[in-house]
Design a protein around this ligand. Structure first.
Ligand SMILES: Cc1cc2nc3c(=O)[nH]c(=O)nc-3n(C[C@H](O)[C@H](O)[C@H](O)COP(=O)(O)OP(=O)(O)OC[C@H]3O[C@@H](n4cnc5c(N)ncnc54)[C@H](O)[C@@H]3O)c2cc1C
Length: 373
């Protein structure tokens, strides 16, 4: 008998397991994958730390969360400065004075603001009815055409005039030459990878891999007082109202005989003519960890439709239909007071890593209060 059965060894599950274990609670962590860490799983190939499920850059302004992760890993300083390539031209992201200089040759903030104002002058200020109109209203025709349109269409699998406007709420324009994608106080990547960080969180806690909750629970009905479930919420309820939609990704990992393939960790391809959205060259995340100078590993990311039999769910599609479905499933949760639904799949919500840790800390704090009552 365990106090908590924790379904999923991703950041939500591992954080909860660590905190509960610290308070003397017996935890069992299971994961249906054969590896720890959920989507932040990393592995070493040719001395290079490879992020198997997409580039993961840790960034937060929450000092509690930053102190928490630093207990389990040494972080290398890494500032995410992605590039965008459109028809052979290279642009800095996020949109800043470097980007505007490349587009229009503007040099000062004043010149760039005037250029944007010209672009926006001819744009309708009526309420946008789709993503295309929304993006053009925010940044004008040229940035939209070169840096947003193709990328977004590939990402969501539909043309931008068929996508809802809510997907892009804001498109910040930065009036400095600052290519730092995130504006958080703390940013970095664990020197020895995220998997080692998760291993450190789960030290002394029983973990069983290759174990699917739905098979396991049939044979182990009373194994724990409570369950922390970080799998898909619709699957938990056997899809009784229908399936929640996700976008998926195919990661094509390639090894090249060079020490530098693209000169940057993250490169976005914004033209519709290039089938992938991003290429990630992992050695640029941490210069220290690369022992093999002759090899580099690059992952090409291809967005896909999600099909639960064939690929993994990555990005929830939070439109009205899916939000309505989610509300129905959430209403069913009330009948399961001993199950804590958490994380990006359990809550059907896109969370950055710091936010998912925070949610897990909050979930544990709530548990502690219940235990005290
Ligand atoms: C491509 C991509 C890039 C990202 N980049 C960043 C970034 O740069 N910075 C950032 O802060 N965040 C990033 N994120 C977000 C980050 O991945 C998430 O915040 C985090 O991984 C969520 O952790 P989790 O524990 O909720 O879910 P997960 O990591 O998905 O863990 C859930 C675990 O539950 C297991 N599981 C599911 N169902 C069952 C079952 N039935 N039985 C047993 N086990 C089960 C799964 O195998 C999985 O291991 C990115 C996300 C994606 C998709």
């Amino acid at each position: 008998m365990y106090d908590y059965l924790i379904v999923g060894s991703g950041l939500f599950g591992a954080t909860f397991a660590y905190l509960a274990n610290q308070h003397g609670k017996r935890c069992l962590v299971i994961d249906k994958r054969n590896k720890l860490g959920g989507n932040i799983f990393t592995k070493f190939l040719h001395g290079i730390c490879v992020h198997q499920y997409g580039a993961h850059i840790f960034h937060t302004s929450d000092v509690e969360v930053w102190n928490f992760v630093n207990k389990f890993a040494k972080f290398d300083n890494f500032i995410n400065s992605p590039l965008a390539i459109y028809e052979g031209q290279v642009f800095n992201l996020p949109f800043n004075l470097n980007t505007f200089n490349r587009l229009w040759g503007t040099v000062t903030p004043q010149q760039a603001k005037e250029k944007i104002a010209q672009q926006l002058a001819s744009v309708s200020q009526e309420n946008p009815v789709n993503l295309e109109q929304q993006a053009i209203k925010l940044v004008g025709e040229e940035i939209y055409e070169k840096l947003i349109k193709g990328y977004t269409q590939k990402q969501w699998g539909r043309p931008c005039d068929k996508l809802p406007s809510f997907i892009i709420k804001r498109l910040p324009l930065r009036w400095t030459y600052d290519n730092n994608y995130f504006s958080d106080t703390y940013q970095g990547i664990p020197s020895n990878g995220y998997t080692q960080m998760i291993e450190n969180m789960l030290k002394g806690i029983e973990v069983r891999l290759n174990v699917d909750y739905f098979d396991f629970i049939k044979l182990n009905k009373n194994i724990s007082k409570k369950t922390v479930y970080t799998g898909m919420i619709d699957q938990f309820f056997d899809y009784r109202f229908g399936e929640l939609e996700y976008r998926s990704l195919r990661f094509d990992e390639q090894t090249f005989d060079t020490d530098n393939y693209q000169g940057n960790a993250v490169v976005n391809y914004t033209s519709i003519d290039v089938p992938y959205t991003r290429t990630i060259e992992h050695r640029h995340f941490s210069k220290e960890s690369c022992s093999d100078k002759k090899k580099t590993i690059v992952t090409f990311e291809y967005p896909q439709n999600f099909n639960r039999l064939h690929n993994d769910p990555y990005y929830p599609i939070c439109d009205d239909a899916n939000n309505g479905l989610l509300a129905k499933y959430q209403a069913l949760q009330k009948a399961h007071p001993n199950i804590i639904f958490g994380g990006r799949l359990g809550e059907y919500k896109y969370y950055d890593m710091d936010k998912v840790i925070k949610q897990s800390i909050l979930a544990w704090n709530q548990e502690k209060m219940l235990l005290q009552d």
